[in-house]
Design a protein around this ligand. Structure first.
Ligand code: WCC
Ligand code: FE2
Length: 462
C-alpha cells in the first residue's frame, strides 16, 4: 500500500496495479506537471498583456480547456481511476500536444508580440557578465513579462548592471541582448560571487536553497510571482504592466541601497577567480536561420539531419560527454538549442550561429518546432519523413518530458537520457513506442551514454 513502485513485471500492488500501470501513471503525472507549467506560464503572460489570444492558439475545446485536460489527467491517475496503461499513455500524448500549442507556442507568440521577433546578435555568457564596479541585479526564472520594465529601469541608471539567469535570462538574451550569467545548475554560483545586490525571481527552476544562500551573502532576494514565493524574500508582484513598472523601480532602488553591504573582499576574489566572458551568437528563430540553405544542404546530403538539443543539464550525468557528442554531430548536422543545454554549449564557446543556433528559452522550443515545420514544407515532405531528432539527454524536470513528447507528437524522433522518464524495459514503454509509431510515425530512444548515442546516430541504419 504505497508508494507505488513495482520492480518486477510479475508483481502487482495490493490494489492490483501492475508495473505497467504504475509506469504509465507516473509518466502521465509528469507530463501533466510539465504541461501545467508551460500552460500556466503562457496564461500569466496572456493575463499580463491584456488577454488577447493570438490567431491559431485556441485549443479544440475552446480557450482555457487545456487546464481542464490537465485536471482530467490528474483525476485519471489518482487511486482507482484509470487502470488501462494504454489509455493513460494516449492521454500523455494528447497533453504533450497541448503543451506545445497552449504552452510553448502560445508563450512564445506572446513573447514575440511583446518584444518583437528576436534578431541575431552577439551576446555574452557566464559569471563574468557581473561587474564589480556596478550594482548587479540578476533576473531569474521563466516568465520574462516583467523584464522589459526592469531592463528599462536598469538602463536609466549608469551604475546598474542587469544580468539574466536560466530561462528568463535566455529569453532576455535573445530579445534584448542582456548578458546571461548562468543556467539552472549554476544559479547558486551567481549569489556566491558576493557581488549581486538583488536577485529578482519569477517562476520555475528557482532553487529553494536561494533564501538560505542569500542570507549568507548580502543579496536581496525579490519574488514577483504569487506561485513562487520564497520565505524571507521581498515580494513585489508583477501581474500587470503597472505593477511591473513599480516592481522595477523598487527593485532597482533596493539593489542600489544594498551595494554598501557588499563584503570588502568579494570584488577582489571575483576578479581573481572569474573566467573571461564567452562570446556567443544568439537571437535565432525560424525566420532567421536560413531554412532555404539548410533544406538545400539536406537535399545534397551535406547535412545528415537537424538535432534539437534541449532540456536540462544534470550534474549527475555526463554533461561534458553530451556536449562533446553534440559538438561532434555538428560537423554534419545543424544543432538548434534552447534553455540550459544552450547555456552549456555557449559557455564552451560553441554557439557560433553557423552550426549551432541559440533559439532561446525552454518555451522557445516552439521556435525549433516552427523551424522543423518550415524545413519540412520546403522539402515537400511530412515532418516524420524528415531527419529530425530532438534530444533531451539529462531531463531533470517534468517540463523537459512534456517538451520531448510534444516533438514526438509532431512526428520527430525523440531521445531521452537518464533519468529516464519511463523505464524502457517495461511493457508500458513498449506501448508508448507502439502508439508513437502508429499515430505519429515517430520513435522514442532511451540512452544514457553519449558514446552509445553517437554510435546509434552514426550507424548506417539510422
Ligand atoms: Ni528548462 Fe530544465 Fe533548465 Fe529548468 S530551465 S533546468 S526545465 S532545461
Ligand atoms: Fe527553462
Amino acid at each position: 500500500m504505497g508508494p507505488c513502485r513495482l520492480t518486477d513485471e510479475t508483481q502487482k500492488g495490493v490494489c492490483g496495479a501492475s508495473r505497467d500501470l504504475v509506469a504509465a501513471r507516473n509518466l502521465l503525472r509528469m507530463v501533466a506537471a510539465g504541461t501545467a507549467s508551460h500552460c500556466g506560464h503562457a496564461q500569466h503572460i496572456l493575463d499580463f498583456t491584456g488577454g488577447v489570444l493570438p490567431a491559431g492558439h485556441i485549443p479544440e475545446g475552446g480557450p482555457g480547456s487545456q487546464f481542464l485536460e490537465i485536471s482530467e489527467a490528474l483525476h485519471q491517475t489518482s487511486m482507482g481511476v484509470g487502470a488501462d496503461p494504454a489509455e493513460l499513455l494516449k492521454r500523455c500524448l494528447k497533453l504533450s500536444a497541448l503543451d506545445g500549442l497552449c504552452g510553448l507556442s502560445l508563450a512564445t507568440s506572446l513573447e514575440d508580440g511583446h518584444f518583437g521577433k528576436p534578431a541575431a546578435k552577439k551576446g555574452k555568457l557566464n559569471l563574468s557578465c557581473l561587474k564589480t564596479g556596478q550594482v548587479n541585479i540578476a533576473i531569474h526564472g521563466h516568465e520574462p513579462l516583467l523584464v522589459e520594465a526592469l531592463a528599462r529601469e536598469a538602463a536609466r541608471h549608469r551604475d546598474v548592471n542587469l544580468v539574466g539567469v536560466c530561462c528568463t535570462g535566455a529569453s532576455l538574451l535573445s530579445t534584448l541582448g542582456v548578458p546571461l550569467a548562468a543556467a539552472f545548475t549554476l544559479q547558486e554560483d551567481v549569489v556566491a560571487t558576493g557581488i549581486v545586490e538583488a536577485l529578482v525571481v519569477d517562476s520555475q527552476c528557482i532553487m529553494p536553497s536561494l533564501p538560505d544562500l542569500c542570507e549568507c551573502f548580502h543579496t536581496r532576494l525579490i519574488t514577483t510571482s504569487e506561485l513562487a514565493r520564497l520565505p524571507g524574500a521581498l515580494h513585489l508582484p508583477a501581474r500587470s504592466r503597472r505593477e511591473a513598472a513599480s516592481m522595477a523601480r523598487k527593485a532597482v532602488e533596493a539593489a542600489r541601497r544594498n551595494k554598501k553591504n557588499r563584503s570588502a573582499g568579494a570584488e577582489k576574489e571575483f576578479n581573481d577567480r572569474v573566467e573571461k566572458a564567452k562570446e556567443a551568437v544568439v537571437g535565432f528563430c525560424e525566420d532567421n536561420i536560413n531554412v532555404e540553405r539548410i533544406a538545400g544542404r539536406l537535399r545534397t546530403g551535406a547535412l545528415k539531419g537537424i538535432i534539437g538539443a534541449v532540456g536540462c543539464v544534470n550534474p549527475r550525468a555526463e554533461a561534458a560527454g553530451w556536449i562533446d557528442a553534440f559538438r561532434e554531430l555538428s560537423a554534419d548536422h545543424v544543432i538548434l538549442t534552447t534553455g540550459c543545454m544552450a547555456f552549456e554549449l555557449g559557455r564552451r564557446g560553441l554557439l557560433d550561429g553557423e552550426r549551432i543556433f541559440h533559439m532561446g528559452s525552454c518555451v522557445n522550443n516552439a521556435r525549433i518546432a516552427a523551424a522543423f515545420r518550415r524545413l519540412a514544407d520546403l522539402s515537400g515532405r511530412k515532418m516524420a519523413e524528415m531527419p529530425f531528432l530532438v534530444s533531451c539527454p539529462m531531463p531533470i524536470t517534468e517540463k523537459s518530458v512534456s517538451i520531448g513528447l510534444f516533438f514526438a507528437t509532431l512526428g520527430c524522433d525523440v531521445h531521452f537520457g537518464a533519468p529516464f522518464p519511463i523505464n524502457p524495459h517495461t511493457g508500458a514503454a513498449g506501448t508508448l513506442a507502439a502508439l508513437l509509431g502508429k499515430e505519429f510515425a515517430s520513435t522514442a530512444m532511451f540512452e544514457s551514454s553519449p558514446a552509445a548515442f553517437l554510435r546509434t546516430l552514426r550507424s548506417p541504419a539510422t
